[in-house]
Design a protein around this ligand. Structure first.
Ligand code: MN
Length: 350
């Protein structure tokens, strides 16, 4: 019995040493990770891993077989890579670990983020002065502050209405100047960004452009707020890294917008990823809003989707409204008319 006790004490001591060595190894690996990131090298290096393993196995004298030793070390490599990745994600400038306080975006006396709920409504496309004016009037009557409207439209088909372009931007400015509303306009490329920059209050980067990294860098070099929509086939991590592109250039005024992702489901245009809201809020310090129109692609469930998003703690809701959706030049089936909007908005604020 004494013999077992003594052996167990020896095992305990060895365990302590292994623990210490594992963490020492992890610490060194984190430093290597940091150096690799600085020089732009990939975290995972299969050739180096094979070299390490070969040299370990050459020294192996048992009683563990080479297979068992290889298995154990591969687990250590895996855990180390995961640790390096965690460290990398936590060190992003958008990370909650990097900055604990919520980013507040101040624009024309309004604050987006924190405990504020921001409502951004407007037509899919700017079609005429009259159309946008009607929408603006409705919003002002409701005490709302933001208006959206597409001037440059990213359409699935090149033969669909492509938006009024710069003319649309000027219509928006004319109306926001009069109504004191804050405009949200999407740009598709650097040329449009340059052309429309002085006229726009908030720049929108659409879902199809979420991984247009040169455009992300360009808006990152401006000092206007940016609504970044999640790519419809992007993971949350890819979405976060796209935001990091903007913030890493110096512009921290990024608003993340969940707008549904592509799944096998066909009952909705996209599948609204409600889980993304609390995850993004937890892992980043940026405001998170939800575009329910493009997520659903249908009006009958929009109120409930917006309520669910607010319940999941998002910082705002975006939706499309049009004075006469039947004749809208784009997304006609998903834009709410004013009566529908009335009950939608009422349900959200009551
Ligand atoms: Mn639309």
């Amino acid at each position: 019995m004494d013999r077992i006790k003594e052996l167990r004490q020896r095992i305990d001591k060895v365990n302590q040493q292994i623990l210490k060595l594992l963490n020492e190894r992890a610490q060194i690996a984190l430093e290597i990770g940091l150096e690799k990131r600085k020089s732009g090298h990939a975290m995972y290096d299969p050739i180096r891993e094979k070299e390490i393993l070969d040299s370990i196995l050459k020294e192996n004298q048992g009683p563990f077989s080479n297979e068992v030793i290889a298995y154990l070390f591969k687990e250590i490599f895996k855990a180390t890579l995961a640790l390096q990745k965690d460290e990398f994600i936590n060190n992003l400038k958008i990370s909650r670990k990097y900055q604990n306080e919520d980013t507040l975006i101040k624009i024309k006396g309004e604050i987006i983020g924190g405990s504020n709920t921001t409502y951004i409504f407007g037509p899919c496309s700017i079609e005429s002065v009259e159309q946008l004016e009607e929408v603006a009037k409705l919003l002002v009557n409701k005490g709302l502050k933001f208006i959206r409207g597409g001037a440059y439209k990213p359409r699935t088909s090149p033969y669909d209405f492509q938006g009024l372009g710069f003319t649309g931007v000027k219509i928006m400015t004319e109306i926001t100047d009069k109504s004191n509303l804050i405009s949200v306009i999407e740009v598709l490329n650097e040329k449009q960004l340059e052309e429309a920059y002085d006229y726009i209050d908030i720049i929108q980067i659409g879902s199809r452009n979420m991984d247009n990294f040169s455009l992300l860098r360009s808006v990152g070099q401006t000092n206007k707020p940016v609504i970044l929509k999640r790519g419809y086939s992007s993971t949350i991590e890819e979405f976060k890294l796209a935001a990091e592109y903007i913030v890493s250039e110096g512009n921290q005024q990024v608003i993340l917008c969940e707008r549904g992702i592509r799944t096998f489901e066909t009952a909705t245009r996209n599948t609204l990823d409600i889980s993304a809201i609390p995850i993004l809020k937890k892992e980043t310090h940026l405001p998170v809003i939800v575009d329910v129109s493009h997520a659903a692609g249908r009006k009958d469930i929009m109120t409930l989707l917006a309520k669910a998003s607010l319940a999941a703690n998002c910082n705002g809701i975006m939706a499309e409204i049009h004075p006469n959706p039947f004749v809208a030049l784009s997304d006609s089936h998903q834009q709410m008319n004013f009566a529908e909007f009335e009950s939608f908005y009422q349900a959200l604020i009551e």
